[in-house]
Write a protein that binds this ligand. Structure first.
Ligand code: NBP
Length: 481
């Protein structure tokens, strides 16, 4: 009997839809799930009559697969992945491939690649983005790990991935944990995009006193501009949605944001690698602050502050908000790509930034026209120092600057929190400031800890210490390496 092209373990929302997608592209699939009932359920419903074969033990599952076997896990990240890898390794033969398609932490993927390769097998950790719809109709797929495995999975992955202008939103990312790292940054950027949209909404709702339908029409308009993206599009849909009582559903939703941790991982790696990823970190903190609903309600009663008042030109300010959205988004992506560059250097991944932008251009949650422009910028200049310096983005930032400053300052003056708009602007101003006050900072560090400093009139790398009080000795801390 002919063996199957690939096996998928995990029949929740991602697994089920990805299996149907793979089968629809002409590949045969074996399926397995810890709770066996889900296998028969799927076979009797959406998989009925399709080239999909169920297995009720891992041994049976492995036996159904063509060699080199391709075993894809789509289970909850963490212990489930760990347990399954350990169970399946003894059942596989040299050259077989284990693929983790969940949102695993890239550090786990680095470790697992080493473990699996040490057993003579191959490992791929791949980001899969696009949710339920993407999994079924074409996700963005970001695979990394054992490069020898790529030719075996490439035909399947590129067939099922989203396509933009005929190109699949899937390509090889790099060694070990790079695929999951890129997916993590994707999720971090998603946090940033969502936070910016929410701040724009907040200003229109609470400062300009617009209802959801009115705000929806502005997002629908922005979706025809440089801001055109999946998230802007669904924001218009969501804001327009009325429930059975004729009330905008969004007005009935409790303002407590959830998250599953990939934003936190992104922030942690940014701090570790020394990249100022301010907008994404503010977005994570904003979700955490939103979850403190009871504290916020209490503080709003205890502390008095003036209500927002807007006396200006409403339409002009809405236009300002659109420009602030675009400028802040440019900063967010500039920061995200800076982090990718730092990680690439630190882990030796040799990431291709244009290719990553293309992978995110379709299929995934952050898909947008904007990513096409990022791809072009990196294609034109692969060594681009910072995305903000590319001509298109530089011009957009310069054109948006007055609006962006008006939005940030108006939000602050009216007590409407806009941490993503404001931190993006502060980053922009910091990045474009030739002379920051860190001279004073260095002096303080030298004063209290003899941490040394460089001088503007001496070569970089030459360090000085001053006995600021006349009472200290000449012993200093080691110069920075
Ligand atoms: P879930 O993350 O909800 O995981 C459910 C699956 O994990 C079920 O098949 C379940 O089996 C299995 N599982 C669990 Br839980 N513990 C297990 C264990 N110890 N051993 C074996 N199997 C175990 O599924 P999902 O939402 O489809 O997501 C799958 C992966 O894709 C996750 O890493 C997720 O973060 C990622 N992802 C999800 C989305 C999305 O929109 N949902 C988007 C992108 C990426 P059971 O049926 O026996 O309980």
């Amino acid at each position: 009997m002919k063996k199957n092209d690939i096996g998928v373990i995990g029949l929740a929302v991602m697994g089920e839809n990805l299996i149907l997608n793979i089968e629809s592209k002409g590949f045969s699939v074996s399926i397995y799930n810890r709770t066996a009932q889900k296998v028969s359920q799927l076979l009797e419903t959406r998989a009925r009559g399709k080239n999909i074969q169920g297995a009720y033990s891992l041994e049976e599952f492995v036996d159904q697969l063509e060699r080199p076997r391709k075993v894809m896990l789509l289970v909850k990240a963490g212990d489930a992945v760990e347990d399954l890898i350990n169970q399946i390794i003894p059942l596989l033969e040299p050259g077989d491939i284990i693929i983790d398609g969940g949102n695993s932490n890239y550090l786990d993927t680095i470790r697992r690649t080493e473990l699996v390769e040490s057993k003579g097998l191959l490992y791929i950790g791949t980001g899969v983005s696009g949710g339920e719809e993407g999994a079924l109709r074409g996700p963005s797929i970001m695979p990394g790990g054992s490069k020898q495995a790529w030719p075996h999975v490439k035909p399947i992955f590129q067939a099922i991935a989203a396509k933009v202008d005929g190109s699949p939103c899937c390509d090889w990312v790099g060694d070990n944990g790079s695929g999951h790292y890129v997916k993590m940054i994707h999720n971090g950027i998603e946090y940033g995009d969502i936070q910016l949209i929410c701040e724009a909404y907040h200003l229109m709702r609470d400062l300009l006193d617009m209802d959801s339908g009115e705000i929806a029409s502005k997002f629908a308009y922005w979706n025809q501009t440089d801001l055109s993206s999946f998230l802007i599009e669904i924001t218009a849909d969501i804001l327009n949605y009325k429930n059975e009582n004729g009330i905008y559903e969004v007005d009935c939703i409790l303002d407590r944001a959830g998250h599953k941790g990939t934003g936190i991982w992104t922030g942690v790696t940014a701090l570790e690698l020394g990249v100022p990823l301010t907008l994404i970190c503010e977005s994570v903190f904003s979700r955490i602050l939103s979850s403190m609903k009871d504290d916020r309600v209490n503080a709003s009663k205890v502390i008095t502050k003036a209500a927002p008042v807007f006396n200006g030109d409403k339409n002009a300010f809405i236009d300002d908000i659109g420009k602030a959205l675009l400028a802040s988004k440019i900063v967010s992506y500039a920061q995200g790509f800076e982090l990718l560059k730092a990680a690439s250097a630190s882990y030796g991944w040799e990431l291709d930034y244009g290719s990553i932008a293309l992978m995110w251009r379709g299929g995934c949650i952050i898909r947008s026209v904007f990513l096409g422009t990022i791809k072009e910028a990196f294609e034109r200049d692969p060594g681009l120092k910072n995305l903000m310096l590319a001509l298109y983005f530089r011009q957009k930032l310069e054109q948006s600057l007055p609006s962006w400053r008006r939005v940030a300052s108006t939000a602050i003056l009216n007590g409407i929190p806009a941490p993503a708009f404001c931190s993006a602007l502060a980053y922009f101003d910091g990045y474009t400031c030739a002379n920051l006050p860190a001279n004073l900072l260095q002096a303080m560090r030298d004063y209290f800890g003899a941490h040394l400093y460089e001088r503007i009139d001496a070569p970089r790398g030459q360090f000085f210490h001053t006995n600021w009080t006349g009472k200290g000795g000449t012993t200093t801390a080691a110069p920075p390496s």
